[in-house]
Write a protein that binds this ligand. Sequence first.
Ligand SMILES: [Zn+2]
Length: 281
Amino acid sequence: MNEINNIGTPMPELPEVETIRTQLSEDLPLVVDAISFSKFAKLIVKEKKVSIEGETLLNIGRKGKVLDFYFSGNKRMISGLGMSGSWQISGEEISVKHAHIKLKFLDGDGKYVFMAYVDPRRFGKAHIVDTQRAEVLLARLGVDVSSHDFTSKYLFDQLQKRGQNPVKAVLLEQAVFAGIGNYMASEICALAGVLPSRQAREVSKAECAKMIKGCHRVIERSVESGGMTFHGGYVDASGKKGEGLKNLVVFYQKLCGMCGSAVVKSEIKGRGTYHCPSCQK
Ligand SMILES: [Zn+2]
């Protein structure tokens, strides 16, 4: 259990946020009957510029690790989950600890549906704003790494610009690569055969192509298995833990999932990093 402190806090990354997004979206559209906040919610809700009561939640999008709730009336709620945030959905009122934003909806059959933003450490951020403001906030993020805009040319160009920085640290920059977090970055390097400590400018075009492929593989497998849970941190919107850990090749592993060699653990810019000395050069 203590080991988790050495690998850094398990924050939800793109696959975990996508899992939550899918689950929250199942009953849409839903009409907002009421919204309420905990006494700590002001630490999380950075902007409350519009009222969403009476509006319809039409759709939930995602950019990188950020959820994007679309309401009627051109209103939006942008929700970043921070280190320990998640959303829950239930047919009954959600009365768990650390529920800071509570939404009560009416569905088409006149039944109530409840959603709650739960965040023990309160590093998440929410903005309840109009569309124009929402677009400004989302523009601060780089390309979503699950989208077609994340190409090997984009990756190569961005890595070239970041010169001597270790490639793994560069992959974590949300303003460039939205969605990649600590486990994804280690896995992407491993699947491409690139040492995480290698200088960003030393990664070839062919390796960038492999990294893109690796990135899609990590996302697909993690989403399929409901996201990662490292030590009881992340739970999905139904309160279940993810089972994706067994699909990882190096992160949090003793033996490399590709060749069986012992995995080496290190730290790059303060973040726990895993690599295989046989597979990665
Ligand atoms: Zn290996």
